[in-house]
Design a protein around this ligand. Structure first.
Ligand SMILES: [Zn+2]
Ligand SMILES: [Zn+2]
Ligand SMILES: [Zn+2]
Ligand SMILES: [Zn+2]
Ligand SMILES: [Zn+2]
Length: 309
């Protein structure tokens, strides 16, 4: 398989501009739409491989199942791809700026402010100091605290804001997570391993391993996958390294686009579907650079522009 290439910032901007003028041309709409479609396929493929162990052969696309991870059920697939998508942005209740919670955090990391009085902190050595309340924080502790706090100042008006609820519920991180309900197979007899606090025990032969060493061995193992269809062999870790870029973030907007895009029959429907995806990407910082080619700033600027229209 070949990973799809990204859409250029300019192509998206041109599309929205021509829409605003009522001059949307079908060809550029389809061009952008199908590139996004290919990218959505890659996102779903990568997430499915990373979370459920189903990896397409790099030569012939034949889906292969990783060792020790049972083939995913339809229910697992649905749970993974249809996770309720939450739009990540909100409005500051004081100045109405459109924000991501991440913006509030980034602003404090760039220009630290006192958690109590909101004044700018002065850096002295490894410490940050508020001259007004005579409090100080170690830089590292301060940063950690920024990630944990539920009240942070708005980067624009500096009034304190409460962390929006949806930010507490992010379900997919970039790291490979092992869901609790996933069943593990015994290395001796391929029976089902049951997890009990800190160990895994095989339900058929009784073979038992410590959970932690099992998890470590899964990571360490340089797994080779052999394709029965074309005969090629490849290393999972190598596949994963490339796939991880696409397998970050919540895949549900991508899954949704894959389902809806082919059903669109009019220019309007197609533009709307692209817009839904773009807005979802905007809400999810992590996905933007996967879909759109440009610097972090230029992508963000484009998405803000589109959101403000
Ligand atoms: Zn978010
Ligand atoms: Zn504000
Ligand atoms: Zn202070
Ligand atoms: Zn066993
Ligand atoms: Zn193959």
């Amino acid at each position: 398989m070949n990973w799809a290439s990204r859409v250029k910032v300019t192509a998206i901007r041109r599309l929205y501009r021509s829409e605003r003028r009522g001059l949307l041309d079908e060809k550029s709409l389809l061009d952008v739409g199908w590139v996004l479609y290919a990218l959505c396929e890659d996102v779903v493929t990568a997430v499915t491989a990373i979370h459920l162990g189903e990896v397409p052969c790099p030569e012939c696309d034949q889906p292969l199942q990783r060792k020790n991870i049972p083939a995913p059920t339809e229910a697992q697939r649905t749970a993974l791809l249809r996770a309720q998508h939450r739009v990540g942005w909100f409005h500051c209740e004081h100045c109405q700026s459109r924000l991501l919670w991440q913006d509030c955090r980034d602003a404090l990391r760039k220009k630290p402010r006192c958690f109590d009085c909101n004044r700018l902190l002065k850096k002295s050595g490894a410490k940050l100091r508020c001259t007004a309340c005579d409090k100080s924080w170690e830089v590292k502790k301060y940063r950690e605290s920024v990630s944990r706090r539920v009240l942070l100042p708005c980067p624009h008006c500096k009034q304190r804001l409460r962390k929006p609820i949806f930010e507490h519920q992010h379900s997919f991180g970039g790291r490979e997570r092992l869901p609790e309900e996933r069943k593990y197979l015994c290395s001796k007899c391929k029976g089902k391993m049951i997890r009990k606090s800190s160990s895994l025990t095989c339900s058929s032969c009784g073979h038992s391993v410590r959970w932690r060493s099992y998890k470590k061995s899964l990571k360490r193992r340089d797994e080779t996958l052999a394709c029965g269809n074309c005969g090629c062999e490849f290393r999972w870790q190598e596949w994963r390294r490339k796939g991880l870029r696409y397998g970050t973030g919540n895949p549900s907007p991508a899954a949704e686009f894959l389902e809806q895009w082919p059903k669109c029959t009019t220019t309007r429907q197609r533009m709307m579907q692209i817009d839904v995806l773009i807005q979802a990407i905007h809400g999810q910082g992590a996905l933007a650079p996967v879909f759109i080619e440009g610097t972090k700033e230029s992508i963000r600027q484009l998405l803000d522009e589109l959101a403000a229209k």
